[in-house]
Design a protein around this ligand. Structure first.
Ligand code: PLP
Length: 446
């Protein structure tokens, strides 16, 4: 892989960006996107990168969408882009929604289309309150559900996201099943799910009447919080606790859903059916689309109670429909690809974990994999500085990666990535890990 050369062209864009854009969460390396082709993404300096970020879990089905997705988008742009789906009817969003519902367990029959993950969660929040006539919400520490005000109340991933925007009075957060760093200092399975027991004994006994709680929202695999995979039976335990009091379970599948784990719904990996699902990111295959999917038996939303001008936008839905059709036609081979590439990644990462002190934990399902970096395997002190240097070195050698949580790196390539480029990306990653590991040992000796 040729070494990346960043010129004044990229640096000028970054300087102009910093003058006019309201701060977002830009990475520390200077990637200025230009185009994508096959397994590669290119910056405006012509540097080529293997992409292990899928531009934050969006291009699950392939970089810049599949050719048929782009074709459908172009055709729809020439026909009609926006049809005010809130006020008028259109056939394409209905066809797409009928097709989407076939991916859900029976009993799911209502969908609200929006433009993003946060909007999908806002709708879920409102619907849960409306269906149950209850006002409180339960959510998890480490969770990320979006940044608009309702979703932000559910988010507790990093206080910079919440600070100055409160108060958030309707949500109680509880510890997630983060077994690598168990908040209760216990070990699974001997713990007997102490974290679920805590919800019952504390928030639902001392703080809130369970009958006032509308729903609990959860990411089946916690994403921004650090790619945290709970134990297999965790959600069964949690769901039965919620069912005792009629509290709905909302599965936020924005990052983990849409085949990222090898199953359309990430919650299916845990053998549990939620009451409301939310999706976005990969759903629109590169265009903005969110969806909130509810159990039919929960009821209907009164006319005018919720809507979004661009929800069900024809161009986004054309992309989503083409992508979903492709996924359905090729489901078995996509699943096989995800499973076999997941095995390749896990094998490489687990062998790195044995060789390098800096790799504390490797976890994931399908192509949603996290590597947690530590300064010391015993104390588990997060290796934050080292993570920056690994991300930077990978970038300099042509591999795009994203962080998550305090010291985790996500490995989230597209299902379509070739084994050759997957291995090449892992080689670049391993070289950077080896350097960071060596540097860390050297500094701890001195
Ligand atoms: C699990 C989860 N939910 C919700 C969101 C918010 O999505 P959006 O940025 O499209 O509003 C994200 C974004 O990263 C996410 O990972």
């Amino acid at each position: 892989m040729a070494e990346v050369k960043i010129t004044k062209k990229s640096m000028d864009v970054i300087a102009r960006d910093s003058k006019v854009m309201i701060t977002t969460t830009r990475e520390s390396y200077p990637f200025v996107a230009d185009h994508a082709n096959g397994d590669f993404v290119y910056d405006i300096d012509g540097n080529r990168f293997i992409d292990f970020s899928t531009f934050i879990a969006v291009y699950t089905m392939g970089e810049n969408g599949l050719p048929e997705v782009r074709r459908a988008v172009k055709e729809q742009v020439d026909k009609l882009m926006h049809s005010a789906f809130t006020d008028f009817y259109a056939e394409l969003p209905v066809r797409f929604t009928e097709s989407l519902l076939k991916m859900f367990p029976s009993g799911f029959g209502r969908v609200f289309l929006s433009n993003s993950g946060t909007e999908a969660n806002e709708a879920a929040l409102k619907f849960a309150r409306l269906f149950t006539k209850r006002q409180y919400m339960l959510a998890f520490y480490g969770a990320f559900h979006g940044r608009s005000k309702g979703s932000l109340a559910l988010t507790a991933s990093n206080f910079v996201q919440r600070s100055s925007f409160g108060p958030y009075s309707d949500t109680v957060h509880v510890p997630f099943a983060y077994c690598y760093r168990c908040p209760f200092k216990q070990t699974y399975p001997e713990c007997g799910f102490a974290c679920v027991d805590y919800i019952k004994k504390y928030p639902l006994s001392k703080e809130m009447n369970p009958k006032d709680v509308a729903a609990m929202i959860v990411e089946p695999i916690q994403g921004e919080g650090g790619y945290i995979v709970p134990p297999k039976d965790y959600f069964k335990e949690l769901k039965s606790l919620l069912d005792e009091s009629g509290i709905l379970l909302i599965s936020d599948e924005v990052q983990a859903g849409y085949m990222r784990t090898g199953k359309f719904l990430a919650m299916d990996n845990f053998g549990v059916t939620a009451d409301i699902y939310t999706m976005a990111k990969a759903l629109g295959a590169g265009l903005p689309l969110g969806a909130t999917i509810t159990r039919k038996s929960l009821g209907d939303i009164p006319k005018g109670a919720h809507a979004s001008t661009f929800g069900g936008n024809l161009v986004s839905v054309a992309a989503a429909n083409a992508s979903l059709s492709h996924l359905k036609r090729n489901a078995n081979s996509i699943k096989r690809q995800i499973a076999s590439k997941s095995r390749i990644i896990m094998k490489r990462l687990n062998s790195m974990k044995e060789r390098y002190e800096i790799i504390g934990d490797v976890r994931g399902i399908g192509l949603m994999i996290g590597v947690e970096l530590v300064r010391d395997k015993r104390t588990k002190m997060p290796a934050m500085k080292e993570r920056e240097s690994i991300l930077g070195e990978c970038f300099a050698n042509g591999l795009l990666l994203l962080p998550a949580g305090t010291s985790t790196i996500r490995i989230i390539p597209a299902a379509t990535i070739s084994v050759e480029h997957l291995e090449k990306g892992l080689d670049i990653f391993e070289d950077a890990v080896a350097h960071a590991d060596k540097g860390m040992r050297r500094s701890s000796r001195s």
